[in-house]
Design a protein around this ligand. Sequence first.
Ligand SMILES: *[C@@H]1O[C@H](CO)[C@@H](O)[C@H](O)[C@H]1NC(C)=O
Length: 255
Amino acid sequence: MGKSCVLFLAICLASLLAASADWNILNQKTKSGLKISLKNYCESWRMNVELNNIREFSVVPSECTSYIGKYMVGTQFQSDTEATIDECTLYLNTHCDLKKDGKDAWIFDIDDTLLSTMPYYKKHGYGGEKLNVTDLEAWMAQGKATAIDYTLKFFNDVKRRGMQIILISSRKEYLRDATIDNLVNVGFYGWKSLYLRGVEDECKKVEEFKASVRTELVNNGYRIWGILGDQWSSIKGAATGRRPFKLPNSLYFVA
Ligand SMILES: *[C@@H]1O[C@H](CO)[C@@H](O)[C@H](O)[C@H]1NC(C)=O
């Protein structure tokens, strides 16, 4: 074996070990010694992201991008999403005595709640690549995000019930036209207001921005019956309404 070849293998092995601080291909065990598979390891990672225990990750761990990719495009993600929405519907049917005075409100996120960014993340390693905001926003500006069909059904259900639909998104204000076009083209219309982040909001954390919008809504007399979002930053903080619901999202974290 040539010298350069040995060096190459050594670099590969070193980077593999560096990338997988917790998961070790030579020693498939947890810290306590429990023997687990890579699938176990990645499912625990995914579950703890959803539980809001793992926070502020900038990329999906490289050893799990394949697992997360399969989850996101497969039946399980769709089933998990539908289960969330079914709970929203059950809640509306059984726990919401709407006043029908124009102040009953439901709040939605946009990305990965109404519109799917999967077409983008599919091309960027299922969250395994560090996010390039310029590139993601250029993709958003094309308005080619697809609808999440099951949320569209729920969106229309909320509308039929006569509630006010409020959209609060961390997208920037300059993407307003593209966002509206995209939403309408895939079937979302009839919302009451659409809040995006203005330049003055960009220095705030997303959680703070969304909470301040909700506080303003409550001060204007709205009853927030529920929020549907895919990030904890959409459903935490002030004025979270009567019941927040979280959709699964293992691809990225927005603080
Ligand atoms: C981010 O994306 C933009 C637009 O696609 C590209 O020009 C730029 O080089 C990228 N930056 C990095 C650090 O990859």
